[in-house]
Design a protein around this ligand. Structure first.
Ligand SMILES: Cc1cc2nc3c(=O)[nH]c(=O)nc-3n(C[C@H](O)[C@H](O)[C@H](O)COP(=O)(O)OP(=O)(O)OC[C@H]3O[C@@H](n4cnc5c(N)ncnc54)[C@H](O)[C@@H]3O)c2cc1C
Length: 490
């Protein structure tokens, strides 16, 4: 059923799920309601929050109501002809940004050039004049006839039309055309996190996500939301990830696989993860393999007395300990960051060093000669922020060792909170864009590691219980050592 000219005004909630939507006829004010399994919203986030029948935290209300928009007025002008000519033809542009300072006009559309089907009589010209404004300002409040005269004057002033050629005109005012990245936008995550709790509510589109999404990205958010529903994927991260990276536009840098598929996202808590795995983690074959790879990669690096080595995503500190021992560094020469506060507290004690942080993108008091970022960026949607941070914190001749995952996202990846896997070429582009020179890059893992991932995926719950968590039993150690042996010779 499609109800035109109705406005959603109330969303009822039961057990953190939307249970019903109330909407009202915009002319008669008659109210009706509907129940659904899933609710997809493109209404402005501000209005959505205000329509929730729920005890909304003060901060969420404040941020939602502080979101700002730019509004928009467009005037359609039908003309006999344009004064501005391209020889004897219509100028070829679809649209033009207007730079002249003496007019308020922002952009001009020539609909004939978009498609002949937009204009009934092709001997005439349909223009679209665009004004960016705020609801309630002088432009917004002008009467329609007055506004149309004003726009014709503007176009005459810059030599685009002759007043006498105007046949017809219409004005349309459009509220909230552009979600603004000022106001309370820098605290938008508060609203996003609050809304994420309603499992069957999906925010998509432009104002629906308060993001400057164009039609393509808006459609992609809709497609992804529907895929999540079909595949019973609980996370909304893959919807929020769309159109977040600056490279998305330039290089189409996209993760090779976002979280889709028939696996449910388990709730991932880094601190809990480290507690559950602390006895066995250092013996995982892949962890040992990675550590060996990182130490080997540093073989030719010339460590000096003041070389500072930082591990962004240091976990329990195994790699840092290995580097410190192998290259005879002092504990003041190593440092790290991890989102899990419990591991950072332990590392501060272990190394008696203040160089361990659990705040993201920490402010360091010195530059780093080496930064390790191993198996981190696949956990976060903000990977380009991390790469930028690394670049900013590396010495001019410093090196970065980055490892991450590519290929399919398996249950084991979801268990450790992966949100995306990468394509090596695209990752190289991202790094080069940030100013890195790539010395070496390669894919590792086929066929043994790939096989291991597929096998563990068959019954991941059992693998998790019997191998990943808990004490390091003899059986576990043997299985780990045998697997590591194969990685070693691979
Ligand atoms: C001037 C302008 C030019 C643009 N040009 C381009 C372009 O050239 N190329 C491009 O790709 N994109 C362009 N865009 C962007 C494109 O229009 C948007 O990305 C796209 O329309 C967003 O889709 P949406 O479904 O999120 O929102 P919308 O298309 O805005 O749909 C949201 C709908 O929700 C309705 N609504 C709001 N509140 C309620 C409520 N409480 N109850 C019920 N319904 C409600 C609204 O009336 C609206 O119909 C342009 C946008 C503007 C404003």
């Amino acid at each position: 059923e499609i109800h035109l000219n109705h406005k959603a005004i109330g969303l009822k909630i039961e057990n953190n799920r939307i249970s019903e939507v109330v909407f009202e006829n915009t002319s008669s004010c008659e109210k009706i309601s509907a129940k659904a399994d899933h609710y997809i919203s493109t209404m402005p986030v501000k209005d959505l929050i205000n329509s929730l029948e729920y005890d909304i935290p003060q901060e969420v209300q404040e941020v939602a109501n502080g979101l700002l928009y730019r509004d928009f007025i467009t005037v359609g002008l039908l003309l006999d002809k344009l004064k501005l000519q391209n020889g004897s033809n219509l100028i070829p542009d679809n649209w033009m940004y207007i730079q002249e300072k003496n007019v308020k006009l922002g952009r001009l559309q020539i609909f004939n050039n978009w498609s002949p089907y937009m204009v009934t009589d092709l001997s005439k010209v349909w223009l679209g004049l665009e004004y960016f404004c705020n609801e309630g300002d002088a432009l917004w409040n002008m009467e329609e006839a007055e506004f149309i005269d004003f726009t014709i004057d503007e176009l005459s002033k810059i030599g685009v039309v002759d007043k006498k050629d105007v046949i017809d005109a219409t004005r349309i005012r459009f509220k909230k055309a552009y979600p603004a990245y000022f106001g309370t936008y820098n605290r938008f995550d508060t609203v996003k996190e609050f809304l994420n709790r309603f499992e069957n509510l999906y925010l998509i589109g432009r104002n629906g996500m308060h993001r400057y999404n164009n039609m393509d990205h808006s459609m992609l958010t809709a497609i992804t939301a529907v895929e999540n529903i079909i595949n019973n994927v609980k996370t909304k991260d893959n919807i929020w990830n769309i159109n977040t990276e600056k490279q998305y536009h330039e290089n189409k840098l996209t993760a090779v696989e976002n979280l889709t598929g028939d696996v449910e996202k388990l709730s991932y808590n880094p601190a809990e993860y480290w507690e559950k795995t602390e006895n066995a983690y250092a013996y995982y074959p892949t962890v040992k393999h990675r550590k060996r790879f990182i130490l080997n990669s540093l073989k030719n690096f010339k460590f000096k007395e003041n070389t500072f080595v930082f591990d962004y995503g240091c976990g329990e500190g195994g790699v840092l300990s290995g580097i410190r021992e192998k290259f005879n560094l002092t504990s003041q020469q190593i440092g790290g960051f991890d989102v899990a506060e419990n591991v950072i507290t332990k590392l501060k004690e272990k190394f008696d060093s203040p160089n361990f942080y659990h705040e993201k993108l920490p402010v360091l008091n010195k530059k780093c000669g080496v930064i390790i970022c191993s198996e981190v960026i696949e956990h976060t949607e903000k990977y380009s922020d991390i790469i930028k941070w690394i670049h900013d914190n590396l010495d001019d001749n410093g090196i970065l060792i980055l490892t991450t995952q590519s290929g399919k996202i398996h249950a084991s990846d979801i268990y450790t909170g992966h949100t995306q896997h990468f394509n090596i070429k695209e990752l190289e582009l991202l790094l080069k864009d940030e100013g890195f020179r790539i010395q070496k890059s390669f894919l590792w893992g086929f066929p043994l590691f790939t096989l291991q991932k597929y096998l563990t995926n068959i019954n991941f719950k059992a693998v998790q219980k019997n191998y990943l968590e808990g004490e390091l039993s003899l059986r576990k150690k043997i299985v780990f050592d045998v697997t590591y042996f194969f990685y070693f010779i691979h």
